[in-house]
Structures are given as C-alpha cells and as structure tokens.
Ligand binder design. Structure first.
Ligand code: UN1
Length: 542
C-alpha cells in the first residue's frame, strides 16, 4: 500500500470495521479537486461488508457537469495538436503506474465492488494491456496517401479527433472498461468527461489521479461523480445543448436506447455496449468435463455480473442428463464468500445492493415464466446458506447460484438478461435447433459452442448472429486487442478495443492538394483512354 492511495487522499473519520480507511473523494475538473456546487454527497460502501464505508463523494449537479464539459472543451485544441506519439507516451506512463500500483488497486477494487481478488487482478491487467497497446498506436495513427485521378495533385487522409467525449461505464468492470474507452479517446486527441459509476467512485478517483500523475495535462480527463439519474443524465442532456461530441456508454439496453436517441437527433456519435443473453451450446461430441468447466465459469464467475456472462445454456438432448449431472455437482459445491478474507472462492458479493435487488427481480421473473428452479435460494443469509459459503452472510449482499431448467423459447426468462448468478437451461433436439435457440434472443453480444465436430463449429461460427463467439470456450474472457461489442439488442455496432475502436473516436478527413496551379475538375478533366483498335484472335484459347 502506499502511493496511489496515500498521496493526497484525505482519510475521514469513520467507524469502519477493522479500521479500514474512509476517503474523502472529489470530482476532478481541469485538474482541480472539487466538491459538488451544492455540497451534496453520497457514500460508497463495500458490498461484502456493508458497514465498511469506503468514501464520501460529490453528488454532482448540472453546474458541475457543465464545468467539466467546459474544461474538456478548453483543453481540446492543445491536446489535439499534441503529437500523437507524445500522447501515446503519457498513456504508456499510465500503464507503468498501473503496474507499479496493481496490488493496491486490485485490493481497492475488490473492496469497493466485491469481485474476487483474482478477477480484479485480471481486470487491472486488462487496463494495463490497453495502455501498452495504445502507447504504440500513438506512433501508428496512420492516414493514407491516395493517388489522384488528375496529374500534379495529391490526396491524403488523416484521422481527426471528435472533440469532447462523455464516458459512462458500469461498475462491474470499473477499471478495464473506462480504460477501453478513454485510452483510445485520448490517444486520438479527444478530451473526456468521465461520469464514474456510482458504485465504484473511489477506484475511479484513484485511476483518474494516476492518469494525471502519468503526465496528462489538466482538463483532458475530467472526473465527475454522482448517480445515473443525476450527473449521468446531465451529461446526456448536454448533448442536446451542443456541449458533447461523442458519448460512449456501457450499461443496460434500455438506457443505451435512450442515449442513442439523444445522440441520433443531434448527429452525435455514440458507442453503445449493452446487455446480453449469451448462449452456450453443448453438443454430444464435446469433451464434457471441459464443457462443464466453461459453462460453470461463464455462468457463475463474477457472480454472473459480466455482460458476457452465460444466459441460456443450450444442451443437446443426447447428453442432457449426463451433462446436467456433472454441471450440478459443480454448482452445488460452489464456494462463495469475501475473497479478501477467504482464498479459493468462485465469487463474492453482488456489486452493490442495487444489483442484488435487480437480480432478485430477475429470479422472480424466471419463476413467473414457468421455468423449474433446480438450485438456488435467493439471497444468502445466516439461516439460508449453501454448504460452501464462507464467512458471515449478514455482513454483505451475497446470492445463491441459481439454475433453472425446462426453459423454452416462449418464456420471458429465455429472452431477458438476468444480471447475476443464474443460468437458464434449454434442451436442443439437434444442432440446427441449438443454433436456432442461440439466435432466438433479442441480444447478440457473446456466444459459444462446445463441439469436437469441425463442421458444426464452422456452421455455428457462420450461423450465429453475435459480436463474439467462443469455440470450445466460455462466453467470457475477451482479450484487450480484439474487437469487443455486439449486434441486435447488445449495441449499435460500434466496437471497443484493438485497432477497431479507433474508428469510434476519430473521423476521416480527406485532403486534396492541387499542385498544378490550375483548376482541374475531378471526373471531367480526366484523360480519356481509348481502346486500341488491334485485331486479336482469341481462337487459340478454345
Ligand atoms: C463487461 O462485462 O462489460 O470479456 C466487459 C469479458 C471481459 C470484459 C467484460 N474481458 O468478459
């Protein structure tokens, strides 16, 4: 522990268990730490130990959001004209600082959202990988030289930044996902206003401080805290006021559609990464033990709170009973608890109480749909806990793993995402039926198949409508340099990560340079080439 959390981080008085620190958090606007203009605040708590208050943060007002947008606008011209390799170097510094402070950030993230230390480690690594990737993209922000159809004339293309980007992410991937967005954004020369998730404000504050420590000029990234319906909505409303040139959002499909509408009517670019009901098909030729591992991890890793988590588990009828038996043995032995106190837990608490409440509504929806619950019992409490729950369940918000069978295409729970540890199981008659079921939900984010039949794998890969597909792999676990995103209800076709995301944060500028000293008209002043009138006998080809 040291640096990131101690330098300039004010510890407040608290009654926290084990004396854990409570931090006073700030917005960062134009590099300055500031409170909400009306002084209002909210508290971030540890979802695994609700009595543990992590910090107090500004509940930002419209004025605060506008101040952040103005700071981003002010900073834009200078940052946009900073050489891209220099921007890349600052991003590289961020990656190195993340490496230096990985352990503290991992522990802070685990404390703030309840994810396991192992998964938080993977996630901070994903943020590091993103920085290292885009450090060198700063040296590769290529345009093209294009031949003109006219003599003494040159054509060029340049990537130009869009301007001020509004960044809104969810708290389930609170370090990797904002970095997926902001790192390419600033690499391209944009400036940002980052609305932190309300459930991971201290982590956002620490990350934003680290970005400034890396050499980021003031105003390039401005952090504002608050709730989705408050600061988040003010940021979206500012699109109608002409103050925002781009919104990048990860969250629910309903909110994504609302943001898409606002951006659409203003012709402002929107990157929307939304929900999923990710299907995983198990075919008889699969290695069943491997398939069980993949399905189990996809469904219950991260307590099912990834947008790529398994939704519909589609099992071929010939191996249904055998697979289910192996799968349920694993589900029943699931170790759950606070990973900061116990080793080897598969998952910890829900991300926050709000996620827990929404998850329980999802469980009710499955029951109302007519699905048969074969495992799971809602919220874990002292008197209602699975065998391998570790610790005192009353301290935080923990959920049982849930499994529903007899799910069919006509049920609501077949189509709707349940964000949490619940898997809905569907039986498939054959491959065609399995593929049909995999395509039948309104979403198209991730998908997977377990098969050792190469033709089936090929037909799945070509027949599925999804942004991502795993073959003999889980639905989760995208790497930081492949395009991430979905189709159908999972997004608007934009992608995060790798070289593909650069399209989302830049526009192409075509420049022509007329060197001839005269006006030459494209299409009209072009030399005509006549076909030569020579006799060729093609008869020998016959
Ligand atoms: C998300 O849940 O929003 O592919 C992102 C994965 C992770 C990212 C998930 N690398 O599951």
């Amino acid at each position: 522990m040291a640096h990131v959390l101690s330098t300039g981080f004010e510890v407040m008085e608290s009654n926290n268990p084990n004396g854990s620190p409570k931090i006073k958090g700030y917005n960062i606007i134009n590099g300055n730490l500031s409170l909400a203009t009306d002084g209002s605040t909210f508290i971030s708590t540890n979802p695994a130990i609700l009595a543990d208050e992590i910090g107090e943060f500004p509940l930002s007002t419209k004025e605060d959001v506008h101040a952040a947008l103005n700071a981003a606008k002010e900073a834009f011209p200078k940052w946009a004209s900073t050489p891209a390799p220099t921007r890349g170097q600052i991003i590289g510094n961020m990656g190195r600082l993340l490496m230096d402070h990985k352990e503290e950030l991992v522990r802070l993230q685990a404390r703030e959202i309840g994810k396991t230390l192992k998964e938080c480690g993977g996630e901070v690594q994903e943020a590091i990988d993103t920085c290292l990737f885009f450090q060198s993209e700063g040296r590769r922000l290529y345009g093209q030289t294009v031949n003109s159809e006219l003599p003494d004339k040159e054509l060029f293309t340049y990537r130009r930044p869009l301007g001020v980007c509004g960044i809104i992410n969810a708290c389930n991937f609170p370090s990797a996902v904002p970095f997926w967005k902001m790192i390419p954004a600033i690499m391209c020369g944009n400036t940002c206003v980052w609305k932190s998730p309300q459930d991971s404000p201290l982590l956002s504050f620490a990350l934003a401080r680290l970005m400034h420590e890396a050499g980021l000029p003031n105003g390039v990234i401005n952090l504002i805290h608050g709730k989705g319906s408050g600061a988040g909505q003010h940021l979206v409303d500012a699109v109608d006021l002409g103050m925002v040139d781009k919104i990048s959002f990860t969250g629910s499909t309903a909110v994504g559609k609302m943001i898409g509408e606002v951006c659409g009517r203003n012709l402002v670019s929107a990157s929307l990464e939304l929900g999923g009901k990710n299907p995983l098909v198990i075919m008889p030729s699969a290695n069943l033990e491997n398939a069980v591992e993949g399905a189990y991890w996809a469904g219950f890793g991260t307590a099912g709170q990834r947008c790529t988590s398994l939704g519909n588990l589609i099992i071929h009828e010939d191996i249904y009973d055998e697979f289910l038996e192996l799968f349920m043995a694993k589900v029943k032995s699931t170790t759950i608890g606070n990973s900061m106190h116990y080793d080897g837990v598969l998952y910890g608490s829900m991300l926050s109480e709000k996620y827990a409440t929404d998850f329980l509504k999802g469980i009710e929806m499955c029951e109302a749909s007519g699905a048969t619950k074969i495992w799971g019992n809602g919220r874990i409490t002292k008197d209602n806990q699975p065998e391998n729950f570790l610790g005192d369940a009353s301290e935080g918000v923990f959920m049982w793993p849930h499994v529903f069978v007899d799910v069919t295409e006509d049920m609501e729970c077949f189509h709707e995402e349940i964000f949490g540890p619940a898997v809905t199981i569907v039986k498939a008659r054959d491959f065609e039926h399995g593929l049909h079921l995999a395509n039948a939900s309104p979403y198209g984010l991730s998908s997977a198949i377990y098969t050792n039949d190469r033709l089936e794998a090929y037909r799945y890969k070509t027949g599925i409508k999804a942004g991502m597909t795993g073959i003999n792999n889980s639905t989760t676990g995208a790497e930081a340099h492949l395009p991430f995103g979905g189709v159908k209800g999972s997004g608007n076709g934009t992608r995060e990560s790798g070289i593909w995301v650069i399209e989302a944060y830049s526009y192409w500028h075509a420049v022509n340079d007329e060197l001839s000293g005269k006006l030459q008209l494209a299409q009209m002043d072009v030399d005509e080439i006549e076909i030569n009138e020579i006799e060729v006998d093609y008869g020998f080809l016959a």
